[in-house]
Design a protein around this ligand. Structure first.
Ligand code: MG
Length: 411
C-alpha cells in the first residue's frame, strides 16, 4: 500500500490510499494534524547572564512553538531574514525545513557560524511546535527515551578563581547546598606566573598552579562529585600535553578545550598523549565538523552546544556518529530553561548522553523564566508534556527584556 500525498506544499491536498498494484482503495482522508501552516516567526531577547534569544514560530492552528538560539550578534536579524522561507510551510516537516534554511542561506554562511545559530533557534521552536501539534513530548519525536532524568553539571565560579582553596570551598558548597554531583571549573585562570600569554606556552609554575586547583577541588569532593576543568582554547599543544599529564593523578571528569580549535592534528595529538579525558566541540558547527573530530580520534568526549550547533536533530545526529566511536556526549549549555530543556530532551533520547551543562547558578531568576522547576537535585526530570515541556512566564520575560526589545505575541 502506498500513499499519494500530492504536493508537500499544498496543505489542503487530500491523499489517496492505493494498494500494491496502484489501484485506488476508495479511501480518502484529510491530512488531519498535518493541515497546518507557519504564519510568522518572532524573537525576543532576554537579558540573562547571556542575551538569550528566544524564538517563536506561529501557525494558523493557533499553536506556537518556542525555541532558543545561542547568543550572538545578528541572530535576530538572521531569523527575520529567514522568516519568508518558512511562512506557508508545514511546521511538522522539521528535517526538510532545516535543510531548506541551510540551502537558502548557503551563500550567507550556513556552513558554520551565526547563521547556523539562527537556524538552530528555529529548529528548537519547530520541535516544541510539532510536539504540541501531535501532543507528544519532544523526545518522542527523536525516537523515545533512554532515561527519565538527565544529569546536569554545574559550571562553578568564585571571585577568587585562582585560589585553590576558594575553588574547593565552592565545590563543597555546590555539592552540599545545591545538590549537584557533577561540576566544572575554569582552569585558564591567572596564576601570577604568566609572562606572555600570547605565546600559549605554560611555564612550570603555571602547570603547578593549575594542578594545585585540580588537586584541591577533586580531593575535597572526592566520591561525591565528578569534576571537569575548562581551558577555553588557550594553550599550545606541548603545554596542553604537559598539563593533561600532570592531571592524570587526579582522575578529572574531563579536560575541556586545552588547545585552539582550528588544527585537528594538534587536538588529536593531545588527546592521544594522555589518559586524562579530553573534551571539545562547543564552537564547532553541525554534524560535519563533529564528525571530523570523532573520525580523527581527536576527542574522548564530544561537547556540542545544541542551540548553536544546528539544533535538536543535528545534536542527535552528532550523538549517533559519536556512538559509532563509543564516545559520550556532554552538552555544552549556557541557555535559558528553554534551550536547556531542549538539550535534556535530546539527552533523554540518545544512549551516550553524559550530562547537560547548567551555567547560570549565580543569576537567581533563571528558573523563573518558565513555570515550575527545571533542575532539581542536579537532575532534569524529562517532562511528559507536549513539545519541550516548558511554558514561558511572560511576566518574567517582560521584566528582563533587553532594552529596545519587544515582547512577542501570544500564540
Ligand atoms: Mg567550555
Amino acid at each position: 500500500m502506498s500513499r499519494d500525498y500530492g504536493s508537500l506544499h499544498d496543505p489542503n491536498a487530500e491523499y489517496t490510499m492505493r494498494n500494491l498494484s496502484g489501484e485506488t482503495m476508495g479511501l480518502t482522508a484529510s491530512r488531519g494534524p498535518r493541515d497546518v501552516e507557519i504564519t510568522d516567526v518572532q524573537t525576543a531577547m532576554v537579558d540573562g547572564n547571556f542575551p538569550w534569544t528566544l524564538v517563536r514560530v506561529y501557525t494558523d492552528a493557533g499553536v506556537a512553538g518556542t525555541g532558543e538560539a545561542y547568543w550572538g550578534a545578528g541572530v535576530p536579524e538572521l531569523i527575520e531574514r529567514m522568516t519568508p522561507f518558512l511562512v506557508g510551510e508545514n511546521p511538522l516537516d522539521i528535517d526538510r525545513l532545516y535543510e531548506h534554511l541551510v540551502q537558502k542561506m548557503s551563500g550567507e554562511g550556513s556552513v558554520e557560524g551565526v547563521t547556523v545559530t539562527a537556524i538552530s533557534g528555529i529548529e528548537l521552536a519547530l520541535h516544541d511546535l510539532a510536539g504540541k501539534l501531535l501532543e507528544i513530548p519532544a523526545y518522542q519525536l527523536l525516537g523515545g527515551k533512554y532515561r527519565d532524568a538527565v544529569r546536569v553539571y554545574c559550571d562553578c565560579h568564585t571571585e577568587s578563581e585562582a585560589d585553590p582553596e576558594a575553588c574547593a570551598d565552592e565545590a563543597e558548597r555546590v555539592v552540599e547546598d545545591l545538590g549537584y554531583d557533577a561540576l566544572k571549573f575554569d582552569l585558564d585562570v591567572p596564576s601570577g606566573h604568566e609572562k606572555d600569554r600570547a605565546n600559549r606556552h605554560l611555564r612550570p609554575g603555571e602547570i603547578r598552579h593549575k594542578t594545585s586547583i585540580v588537586e584541591a577541588v577533586t580531593e575535597r569532593v572526592r566520591d561525591r562529585a565528578d569534576v571537569a576543568f575548562d581551558c577555553h582554547w588557550t594553550f599550545s599543544g606541548g603545554s596542553a600535553k604537559r598539563l593533561a599529564a600532570a592531571l592524570e593523578d587526579y582522575d578529572v571528569w574531563w579536560l575541556e578545550d586545552p588547545v585552539p580549535p582550528e588544527n585537528l592534528d594538534v587536538q588529536r595529538q593531545v588527546t592521544e598523549s594522555t589518559v586524562t579525558p579530553i573534551a571539545a566541540g562547543e564552537n564547532r558547527y553541525r554534524v560535519t565538523e563533529h564528525r571530523r573530530l570523532l573520525e580523527d580520534g581527536a576527542v574522548d568526549i564530544v561537547a556540542p552546544d545544541l542551540p548553536k550547533v544546528g539544533g535538536m536533530r543535528e545534536t542527535r545526529k552528532i550523538a549517533d556518529v559519536a556512538n559509532q566511536y563509543y564516545v559520550p556526549v556532554a552538552m555544552h549549555n549556557v541557555a535559558s530553561p528553554v534551550g536547556t530543556m531542549a538539550s535534556a530532551q535530546v539527552a533523554a533520547a540518545i544512549p551516550n548522553a553524559l550530562a547537560v551543562e547548567y551555567h547560570s547558578y549565580e543569576l537567581g531568576w533563571w528558573s523563573d523564566l518558565v513555570e515550575g522547576e527545571v533542575i532539581e537535585d542536579g537532575y532534569i526530570q524529562v517532562p511528559e508534556e507536549p513539545g519541550l515541556g516548558v511554558t514561558l512566564d511572560m511576566d518574567t520575560v517582560a521584566d528582563h527584556l533587553v532594552d529596545g526589545e519587544e515582547l512577542f505575541d501570544e500564540a
